[in-house]
Design a protein around this ligand. Structure first.
Ligand SMILES: [Zn+2]
Length: 154
């Protein structure tokens, strides 16, 4: 008897696959400074006068090698975009609903994505001034910044 299309039942699934990858020289220095010094570092392109964070070894505008132009950034910044995550997936760093935001750190020209806590969802707004809260226990990832919270003065 020949199998027909009706005999083929496809079961969709997902695999949890442990893996590792090299964060790169620039990414490694960024994560090590975060882990060991609780410092957020970016890289400046002197030609373009732009500070990139997360740092990159080549300027995205002029393609100069900027891998040695490290700058310390403040742990404060401004929210330039956000969304409220309401669905749950096992890989998420926190339980929904939570605020995922783009934050332009003071001294940086590019935003990083991170979580905002300690503010009601309904009070979240663009332009909110926030401050990094470092994790008590390191994971050697961007989650060494546990989250950002609103700055006391606004
Ligand atoms: Zn440049």
């Amino acid at each position: 008897m020949q199998p027909t299309k009706e005999d083929c039942f496809i079961v969709e699934g997902k695999l949890a696959l442990p893996y590792q990858y090299f964060a790169g020289r620039t990414g490694s220095r960024f994560l090590i400074a975060l882990r060991d010094e609780k410092k957020i570092r970016g890289i400046r392109c002197e030609k373009c006068n732009k500070v990139f964070v997360p740092p990159r070894s080549t300027c995205e505008r002029c393609f100069s090698d900027i891998s040695q132009s490290w700058v310390d950034l403040e742990d404060t910044g401004t929210v330039t975009g956000f969304t409220v995550v309401r669905y749950e997936e096992p890989y998420q760093p926190t339980k929904p609903p939570y605020i995922l935001a783009l934050i332009k750190l003071d001294g940086a020209d590019t935003p990083i994505a991170h979580i905002i806590k300690d503010i009601p969802l309904t009070e979240m707004k663009l332009g909110l001034k926030v401050k990094a809260v470092f994790a008590e226990k390191t994971t050697s990832t961007i989650m060494d910044i546990d989250h950002f919270r609103p700055q006391e003065d606004g």
